[in-house]
Write a protein that binds this ligand. Structure first.
Ligand SMILES: [Zn+2]
Length: 401
């Protein structure tokens, strides 16, 4: 059964919120939670090597099944000893089902990025049927097909420690009827994923179920109760951060979390902006992945602590410093004077500004190193505050509320 390969334990609970301190044990080590999981789409966290990741103390990253399926293909990875051995990483790995990319690719190419109501059109263009989804490769246009069984088979060959059930990610906005239909299909697929997961495997893995239901309270609650009742090792909340507001996302968590079994770990898919982190931890999320810190780094946007929470900086920019701005060209100070990361210990803002101007490869490495160090220290601070019972105080310190 799924639970045996992955053990989750709650170590402490916050008294004033639903936040919890915990640990996820796998054959590739233990993950203390709450924890941020960086995205390493193609088996690499862009611009960093694994020694750097270990030095930052990030012990898990998220790999995309869809991309590895297209290149180099799961059979080759399997023949080369599985993902850990293939890439040379002996700590935790997580893979998604591939569904998110398949659905979003179909949608983006069809609507040219325009936001449309998820409904019949999306279904036709993505060619979703009861059995699975047919889609074209973004690389060469070749036709592929994912079913719940196929997604699990691919993920079993890749061999990540935490793998995800194949679901239909409902985009925002979606009609109630469509969200309901997609949720019910996700539920039927959940059963098929569990069946496929029972087959013999070379690797020790834990399968997470996914809760859907868009922004509709009754659907979200129904999905949480249903998926939560199945023998999954952990649970993930999907269909968030797909265009809805932060208030709507908070509501989804408010509806879903109380209906999930407490003893199972909870992952939030695709969320990780600084203010979101305090919100999701306070509501009882254990792990979350997001491309934000690494993507921002490559744009020259470096994460910094708020200098003064009262000082109103533009929304969404409270925690970033744009190193490409001319004012940093002569600035000899590090990104953050109290940051102990290798970038801040050895390099100035002026040097980073120069590297970004010249588009030197080292710019991406140094910026990504700092941003991930920042995330790892933030989640470490959160865990320490949970151990001490001072989580809400920490949140106030960071967000000023
Ligand atoms: Zn730093």
């Amino acid at each position: 059964m799924a639970e045996k390969e992955l053990k989750f334990k709650i170590l402490a609970k916050d008294r004033k919120s639903a936040a919890r301190l915990g640990e996820i044990k796998t054959v590739h080590g233990t993950l203390l939670t709450p924890e941020f999981i960086p995205v390493g789409t193609k088996g690499t966290v862009k611009s960093l090597d694994f020694e750097q990741l270990k030095k930052i103390n990030l012990n898990c990253f998220f790999v995309n099944t869809y991309h590895l399926h297209l290149q180099p293909g799961e059979d080759r990875v399997f023949d080369l000893g599985g993902l850990h051995r293939f890439i040379g990483w002996n700590k935790l790995l997580m893979t998604d089902s591939g569904g998110f990319q398949v659905f979003s690719q179909a949608r983006n190419s069809s609507f040219g990025g325009r936001r449309a109501l998820a409904g019949a059109e999306t279904e036709t263009l993505a060619k979703i049927d009861e059995d699975g989804v047919t889609f074209k490769s973004f690389k060469d246009g070749s036709v592929h097909r994912f079913t719940p069984e196929k997604s699990i088979e691919i993920q079993k060959k890749l061999g990540a420690d935490i793998i995800l059930a194949f679901d239909e990610c409902t985009y925002y906005p979606a009609t109630y009827e469509y969200a309901k239909k997609a949720m019910e299909r996700t539920h039927r697929w959940a059963g098929r994923c569990l069946e496929a997961f029972k087959k013999r495997s070379r690797f020790n893995q834990g399968l997470y179920g996914i809760v859907q239901g868009s922004v509709f309270e009754d659907l979200r609650k129904k999905s949480a109760r249903f998926v939560g009742s199945l023998p999954f090792a952990g649970l993930a909340i999907g269909g968030v951060s797909v265009g809805e507001s932060k208030t709507e996302m908070a509501k989804v968590l408010e509806w879903v979390i109380p209906d999930l079994p407490e003893e199972k770990s909870r992952h939030l898919l695709g969320v990780g902006e600084i203010d979101d982190i305090f919100e999701l931890v306070a509501r009882g999320i254990d792990t979350f992945d997001c491309v934000m810190p690494t993507r921002l780094a490559r744009m020259g946007l470096l994460l910094v602590k708020p200098q003064s929470p009262k000082k109103n900086r533009p929304k969404g920019k409270e925690f970033t410093l744009d190193i490409t701005k001319p004012i940093y060209g002569k600035d000899e100070s590090p990104i953050e004077s109290d940051c102990r990361c290798e970038t801040c210990l050895h390099h100035s803002r002026a040097y980073l500004n120069h590297l970004f101007k010249e588009k030197e490869l080292l710019a991406y490495t140094l910026a990504t190193y700092h941003n991930l160090w920042f995330m790892a220290r933030l989640t470490q601070e959160i865990r320490e505050s949970l151990g001490r019972g001072s989580f809400l105080k920490l949140r106030k310190h960071w967000l000023g509320r």
